[in-house]
Design a protein around this ligand. Sequence first.
Ligand SMILES: [Zn+2]
Length: 285
Amino acid sequence: MAYVTTKELLADAVSHRYAVGAFNCENLEMAMAIVAAGEACRAPLIIQTTPSTVNYASVGLFAAMVRELAENAKIPVALHLDHGSSYELCEAALDAGYSSVMIDGSKESLEDNIALTKRVVSLASEKGIPVEAELGTVGGKEDSTFSSGTAYTDPDDALRFVRETGCSSLAVGIGTAHGVYKGTPVLDTGRLSLIKDKLVSAGLELPLVLHGASGLSEKAIRECIARGIAKVNFATELRQAYTEGLKEYLLSDTDCFDPKKYGRAAMKKVQEAVIRRIEVCGDLA
Ligand SMILES: [Zn+2]
């Protein structure tokens, strides 16, 4: 159908109060399974890659693959750089044809995060590409960086940050973590409403993004969407589904040496996981 930017996908989500699922892909099979799930649900979606994933292959390879999938898909698809770790990596993704980038300056001071995000916004806007930024931090392991605690996003800082950077969407820290949860996470959903209200009353109703959603209950995700989240990221559970499908197949057919066979088994598991999460996000046509 179409290769689109996250700006148009998320604007619709904000006005109709649902969330677009953003699914991390590591390879061809995961990308194909994610698109197949979106088509089965007739839901637009975002495919995203982290810095370590594009370091494993390249931004050019992922851009070419996802663009080809998107142009032949029955749904709109965007390709997003998740947790862009530097200005240079965002630039490389933009040059390769990514239709959305994130610059993650959340580990910097507020001033440095603003300065870095502004530079990326200015670069991306030349190509009409939206930029996601992060304020406050999501705990746990994301790619090669680890943050032990969660810094909650301050609503006043959020307003200042959005005003000064001109970012298109904002990832907020409300108690979620990347990776596998030990115990049940306690989310500060009240804070999410405060951030949303602060922005809306200043005339800045931009999409808020929830990271670390793998392992959150459906109820928790739905509550976050009701309070203003318009993009939800799922990574860990898709890696788990892919690996589980692959292992199950290889254990059941130990003589197999055809990557297509275990690839299909892994894709089936990923597709099922993505469909479950699309249903929670509510972006059904
Ligand atoms: Zn994240």
